[in-house]
Design a protein around this ligand. Structure first.
Ligand SMILES: Cc1cc2nc3c(=O)[nH]c(=O)nc-3n(C[C@H](O)[C@H](O)[C@H](O)COP(=O)(O)OP(=O)(O)OC[C@H]3O[C@@H](n4cnc5c(N)ncnc54)[C@H](O)[C@@H]3O)c2cc1C
Length: 568
């Protein structure tokens, strides 16, 4: 009897071949022959990374075997060919250095336009200054679920369209920041005072007048900075600025609270031009400081589990304990598989007129036509550029510095502050924490206060041991909330802390600042490309600089720049 020969094409394999993927011959025993399998998926896509191509080739072989009820253990002979492989050379259209939200967004936009891109990320995770962690186990055991944002956490739905659309696209549940109830201010002598959200504490009429004046002056002037007065404001720091407004210690104390809370720095560390421009790019001081509609702190991602939606590819790819940190994971999941290469700190970037060669700490090299560099400027000096960066860019990046910023999160059994008509927002001119905000997710039974331990008081606090640091924070919370609430305030279920200055690949946050005399002279070099290298990152943004929105905007801009050039 002549053998029965059958051909098969598994639906998971790449289509449109002029041959069959699998042939079986039935006699005398069943023999299975497979065509050579390559690293291409069912849509015809070939991943940029070698590792991912190998993985796909073997997956395709698995599909061939499964189609005829065989498995890898049935393989008698396997021949493989690897052509032109050089472990130290990988070629793509675009390499993005840094897998924070700006770099991921840039890589995604490049791929969306039909070009190949990979992201080289130094850490063992994506997201950079976006980081959500799961609630500690001992707390989870008490019926509390979800994740906690140790990095960027708030966006809004009116003037942060990129961040909001992305959150919507990824299906994040957004909740409004709690502003119902009173706030508390702690003065430098430790005295505390309650005041309704949105009002100025009635410490004294002088206090109210000075706070109102400095707030209105910063608001007005930030919108009126132009080429004429930029040099003047860049010639002074924010402390000098307060003096030029004819205001005294009350105004300076409040400016200090703003520069610490917004940038982790003291007023003396930044030029007035820098702070005024920072405010302008965020729509003004009042908008940036607001926790209500249109404000910088209006919406958080609900920190709960979300059911996977099998209808939506994007949702089902994300592990939803959520938090805003999930934005980065979300963009990563929108990239071609294998596009992000973790644990790859870049140490050298060399370019000539045609290509850029990137070398990582471990000596692996990648080649591309265009490079998008997304690191904060204070980290530029960690990378050797060949030829060196233009002098303006070099001088600018060596003049910027990052503030001190630690989030300490106190997780409680119940929202005891709410039961007493308080919204959880406190300001302190004493420290160590300058500010606290409610970061609860009531739907998940998760109640927490986030303390912002920032600027100089934060730097001093960071020199103590962990138990001492936590004792200081709890003592402060107890002193702010007073004897009536002290029993509850001093008994959190858990304390989380994240010191961004200790992070090798951040060195502080949220956005590098410049001292006097830098921005007006060299600021123009920040976004400028250098031959085949393009620069993104939140500090290069033209809208909401320092924020998630700004990071996304800069990623879009960087991608647009290289796409245009690649198309030409
Ligand atoms: C505590 C905190 C609170 C914040 N709060 C808010 C908020 O409420 N709302 C808001 O909008 N924004 C907030 N921000 C700011 C926001 O998180 C950032 O603006 C944004 O995440 C920055 O993204 P980025 O891509 O520009 O930079 P980064 O996130 O810094 O990305 C840079 C990436 O480069 C990587 N990298 C560094 N060196 C190398 C190297 N040599 N080779 C390869 N990779 C390297 C880093 O690991 C990182 O992943 C906050 C930030 C922090 C830290």
């Amino acid at each position: 009897m002549s053998p029965i020969i059958q051909t098969h094409n598994p639906k998971e394999s790449y289509p449109k071949v002029t041959y069959s993927h699998v042939v079986t011959v039935d006699a005398p025993a069943k023999l299975v022959y497979t065509a050579g399998q390559v690293g291409r998926d069912s849509t015809g896509y070939i991943p940029a990374s070698y590792e991912e191509q190998v993985k796909l080739a073997y997956q395709n072989l698995g599909h061939c075997l499964a189609a005829v009820n065989a498995s890898p253990k049935d393989i008698v002979k396997l021949t493989y060919y690897i052509v032109n492989y050089d472990p130290n050379r990988r070629d793509v259209d675009v390499i993005v250095v840094g897998g924070g939200i700006s770099g991921l967004q840039a890589a995604y936009k490049v791929q969306e336009a039909g070009f190949s891109s990979i992201v080289l990320e130094a850490r063992n995770r994506v997201g950079g200054k976006l980081l959500a962690v799961e609630i500690p186990e001992q707390v989870e055991g008490r019926g509390k679920k979800g994740g906690i944002d140790l990095g960027g956490a708030w966006i809004n739905d009116s003037n942060q369209s990129r961040a909001y659309s992305l959150a919507q696209r990824l299906g994040l549940d957004l909740i409004e920041q709690a502003t119902d109830g009173d706030c508390i201010v702690q003065q430098s002598n430790g005295a505390v005072l309650r005041f309704p959200y949105g009002e100025t504490p009635k410490i004294s009429s002088k206090y109210q007048k000075e706070v109102g004046e400095i707030r209105d002056n910063v608001e007005d002037i930030c919108h009126s900075v132009d080429d004429q007065n930029a040099v003047k404001y860049d010639g002074m720091n924010m402390e000098d600025f307060v003096q030029t407004q004819g205001l005294g210690t009350v105004a300076l104390e409040n400016v200090t609270l703003w520069t610490r809370a917004m940038l982790g720095c003291e007023p003396s560390e930044m030029s007035a031009l820098y702070f005024l421009e920072y405010c302008r790019l965020g729509g003004g001081l009042k908008q940036m400081r607001s926790d209500r509609k249109h404000g910088g702190q209006f919406l958080r991602a609900r920190q709960g589990e979300k059911e996977h939606n099998p209808q939506s590819g994007l949702l089902s790819k994300i592990d939803y304990f959520s938090g805003m940190g999930r934005l980065a994971k979300g963009v990563e999941s929108m990239l071609r598989p294998g596009s992000v290469i973790l644990n790859s700190p870049v140490s050298k970037v060399a370019q000539d007129s045609e290509k850029v060669v990137v070398t990582t700490d471990s000596g692996v090299q990648y080649r591309c036509k265009k490079l998008i560099f997304s690191l904060p400027t204070p980290l530029y000096k960690e990378v050797v550029f060949e030829p060196p960066l233009p002098s303006e860019k070099l001088n600018f990046s060596s003049s910027t510095h990052l503030g001190y910023y630690t989030k300490v999160i106190l997780i409680y059994e119940k929202p005891w502050w709410k039961d007493h008509g308080l919204c959880g927002l406190t300001h302190s001119f004493k420290g160590p924490s300058s500010l606290t905000r409610d970061s609860s997710s009531p739907a998940d039974n998760q109640y927490s206060l986030t303390c912002f331990v920032v600027g100089e008081p934060g730097r001093k606090w960071s020199t103590f041991s962990r138990p001492e640091r936590h004792t200081q924070i709890l003592e402060q919370v107890v002193s702010i909330y007073g004897p009536q609430l002290s029993e509850k305030a001093k008994m959190p279920l858990s304390i989380l802390e994240q010191d961004w200055a200790q992070e090798q690949f951040s060195r502080g946050c949220p956005c590098p600042v410049t001292p006097p005399g830098v921005l007006s002279r060299l600021g123009g070099s920040l976004q400028a490309s250098f031959e085949n290298i393009h620069f993104v990152g939140t500090e290069t943004a033209r809208h909401w600089k320092g924020y998630i929105e700004g990071a996304l905007e800069s990623g879009d801009r960087g991608a647009e720049e290289v796409i245009k050039l690649l198309k030409d």
